[in-house]
Design a protein around this ligand. Structure first.
Ligand SMILES: [Ca+2]
Ligand SMILES: [Ca+2]
Length: 381
């Protein structure tokens, strides 16, 4: 099995090399200094894409109809208001600046991440098949690659998702393939791989959910994904210019405020907070709005495209009103891959070098990416 993973990651690395090479030749977009974008390379800046397929070419065969499922059960109303969006301490990366004023209308938001039980209802009602459960379509993938790229073996293109496997010791944090395994059979029903299951985990957040999957669920539920601004506004819980959803106390000061990774990532998880992986929703204190796990547990998709320079566009704007993200995605690390924003950090985030559970921390991946620590929650008007 280990050999298979090695082959897959060799293939991934080939694709990465090809994409970067093509980007360097063809991209006309401004290339930003690597120094500013790869700072603190870790779980928060090295989220892998699912074989780097551009989401705009993802073929979604599932047809989900809007149903009359809209309900505000399990949601709270977040009154509108003005807040200061962006980084609040020296852990913040460049894409979290400049801080800028944002005004939002009120909205409802789920008090927890969407759970396995909730997602199972959706699948039972619609027959939806998630991205991770579908084989990779070579005809689509090859459109992203040079025409002479050879077709990989069928085994590599089989349905799979990324599962975290701790390394045996300290490793360079530049190479995420050391702790992410391309695991055939891994999906929301088998979060740690094909031999795992979610029996008894109905109240855990659903994971291995792509942005496309999350949107399909939202559509069925009569809801939508939060904008990045809505997500941050809700996470702050009415606090102004604080680092975390609970204020400025350190993540383990007095008590554990969220599910994260204690110890030395990615090989020694001390599990002082009681959870080595994801935790049942509501296992940690809610913020002032009554929202659970806005920090940690699993990353949460937002509706917005990701652009590392997006906040610069507000430099001359006094107050941004209900912003919905940039028109164009751009990530200087992978310029050809259209990406969407993820927020909140996960059980793999670590205080010493990433702290993705800060309320302003931004992450991104392609819309077809799915991983063991990636889920979502919904909002509605
Ligand atoms: Ca933990
Ligand atoms: Ca979360």
């Amino acid at each position: 099995m280990k050999n298979n993973f090695s082959i897959i990651f060799l293939w991934l690395n080939v694709l990465i090399t090809v994409n970067v090479s093509v980007a360097q030749q063809k991209s006309t977009m401004k290339v930003v200094s690597k120094k500013t974008t790869t700072k603190k390379m870790c779980c928060t800046t090295a989220i892998p894409n699912r074989l780097l397929i551009n989401s705009s070419n993802t073929n979604i065969s599932n047809s989900v109809k809007i149903t009359d499922n809209k309900t505000h059960e399990g949601m709270v109303w977040i009154p509108g208001g003005i807040f200061s969006m962006g980084g609040d301490n020296d852990q913040a990366r460049q894409d979290e600046f400049p801080k800028h004023q944002v005004k939002l209308n009120g909205f409802f938001i789920d008090i927890t991440e969407v759970t396995n039980a909730q997602f199972a209802k959706f699948v039972a009602a619609t027959g939806y098949v998630t991205t991770a459960e579908k084989d990779i379509d070579w005809d689509e993938l090859k459109k992203q690659l040079p025409s002479d790229t050879p077709k990989p073996g069928a085994e590599i293109l089989k349905a799979a998702s990324l599962v975290f496997v701790p390394t045996s010791g300290e490793v360079s944090l530049q190479d995420y393939s050391q702790w992410w395994n391309w695991s055939h059979g891994a999906s929301w029903k088998h979060p740690q791989g094909k031999d795992s299951n979610i029996d008894g985990k109905e109240n855990y957040p659903v994971v291995h959910i792509s942005w496309d999957d999350a949107n399909a669920y939202c559509k069925w539920a009569g809801k939508r994904l939060p904008t990045e601004a809505e997500w941050e506004f809700a996470a702050r819980g009415g606090l102004q210019k604080k680092v975390y959803s609970w204020g400025n106390k350190k993540v383990d000061e007095d008590k554990f405020y969220c599910n994260y990774f204690q110890g030395n990532f990615p090989y020694k998880n001390e599990v002082s907070d009681g959870f080595i992986g994801s935790a049942p929703v509501k296992s940690f204190p809610a913020n002032n709005y009554g929202l659970y796990d806005m920090s940690g547990n699993v990353w949460e998709w937002c509706a917005d495209k990701y652009n590392n320079l997006y906040y610069d566009s507000f430099k001359k704007v006094k107050v941004a009103i209900n912003p919905i993200g940039p028109a164009k995605s751009y990530d200087p690390d992978e310029p050809l891959v259209e990406k969407r924003v993820m927020r909140g950090g996960s059980f793999l985030c670590n205080e010493s070098y990433c702290s993705g559970y800060r309320v302003s921390a931004r992450m991104k991946s392609s819309a077809d990416s799915s991983m063991e620590h990636l889920g979502f929650r919904c909002v509605s008007n």
